[in-house]
Design a protein around this ligand. Structure first.
Ligand code: G3P
Ligand code: CA
Length: 367
């Protein structure tokens, strides 16, 4: 089940861009590391679902990612005031819901201040139609915030293709004990065994930016693959240049982030060593994107970085890449999987295109 993407197709994709990497493709160090960890190689990680084509973290985005054939459904896990585990990227509800209309007095409160019943009244789809007119669909309006249970139901619903889950503890300092709650839910749903490993027939990866959360995830689920997400800045890898965005004079966040780099190789290596020593099987570094945009960050997938990571016994999953020119670039640099908002495009790049178009799938699934 791991080898649906062949080295031949990989080389074909690279050669189309005049990049020949026979030696690298024939002996990719990350492939063996991923397989030892029980992780698909190279991994297609549907970032917040197929979130280019449908509202992020909603049923439409996750069902579409599953039907396209993505390997993993990515989500950012938070917890409601009454203890339900839900998937939402932002701690604030303002960007992706109508909280300002439904709860005007509480619109600035974080997810953790709302009950699940309150969150379920919110429309998490209409913002997408407003922001993405060419891809808007009337059926996206009114889509709800999902619980982890509901995303597991989606992942399990198609016997012909059961994607894995790739779960991030988002802002875990706001949610003490969320690592334990997550284990309890995954065990109750049969995804994690009583011995705290991944249950047979399932694919599962846990991810976090927070060192402490990695340690807690490792304590709770030592035999589940884990990824330490990498970033340059406060609380993460120390930067070479400590200027803030405002101080930098950069014209965009993407330009600022692209100028940011680890203080030195030793600082980058310290984060790898921490990841390895605390149970991680891989790292999740950011990428600087050719076209910029609001998900273009620091280039932490330079070949030397990926080589150093592999030498430490860790695989590399880069976030968040959507264009073929960047797929090619990061694969040539040696990554082992890609977080993407455009699962349809990445699957095509890997030679695993769905036989159905995005539109056909959405329509067939009632969207
Ligand atoms: O989890 C990988 C990637 O999603 C990290 O960035 O901010 O989109 O969660 P973010
Ligand atoms: Ca995430």
């Amino acid at each position: 089940m791991f080898a649906t993407w062949s080295k031949t197709l990989y080389l074909g994709a690279l050669l189309m861009g005049a990049v020949a990497l026979d030696a690298q493709a024939d002996s990719h160090p990350g492939e063996a590391l991923a397989k030892v960890a029980g992780v698909t190689w190279p991994a297609v990680i549907a970032h917040r679902g197929a979130s280019y084509d449908a509202p992020e973290s909603t049923r439409a985005a996750y069902v579409l990612a599953r039907e396209l054939g993505a390997d993993y459904l990515e989500m950012d896990l938070q917890r409601t005031r009454d203890g339900a585990l839900v998937a939402l990227h932002d701690v604030s509800l303002l960007r992706t819901t109508d909280v300002a209309n439904k709860f005007p007095q509480r619109q600035d409160q974080p997810v953790s201040e709302f009950t699940l019943a309150e969150l379920k009244t919110l429309d998490a789809g209409s913002w997408y139609n407003s922001a993405n007119a060419p891809r808007a669909r009337p059926t996206f309006a009114g889509l709800q915030i999902l619980t982890l249970d509901e995303i597991i139901d989606i992942a399990e619903a198609n016997p012909a293709h059961k994607p894995g889950l790739y779960i991030e503890t988002k802002a875990p300092l706001l949610f003490p004990g969320i690592e334990h709650d997550l284990k309890a839910k995954l065990q109750a749903r049969g995804w994690v065994t009583s011995a705290n490993g991944v249950a047979a027939g399932h694919r599962l990866i846990l991810q976090t930016f927070e060192k402490n959360s990695l340690q807690l995830l490792d304590k709770e689920m030592p035999a589940v693959p884990k990824v330490l997400l990498l970033w340059v800045g406060a609380g993460s890898i120390e930067p070479k240049n400590p200027q803030t965005f405002a101080q930098s004079g950069a014209t965009s966040r993407a330009a600022y982030y692209a100028s940011q780099a680890p203080k030195d190789r030793a600082e980058f290596e310290r984060w790898l060593d921490f990841a390895k020593a605390n149970g991680a099987a891989g790292t999740g570094p950011s990428a600087a994107l050719t076209e910029g945009g609001d998900q273009s960050y620091m280039d932490l997938v330079q070949p030397w970085m990926n080589s150093m990571t592999h030498d430490k016994g860790l695989f590399v999953h880069v976030y968040t890449v959507d264009d073929p020119v960047d797929y090619q670039k990061v694969m040539a640099a040696g990554v082992d999987g890609i977080f993407t908002n455009r699962a349809s495009e990445l699957l095509k790049f890997y030679g695993r295109a769905s036989s159905q178009s995005v539109g056909q799938i959405l329509q067939a699934q009632g969207f």
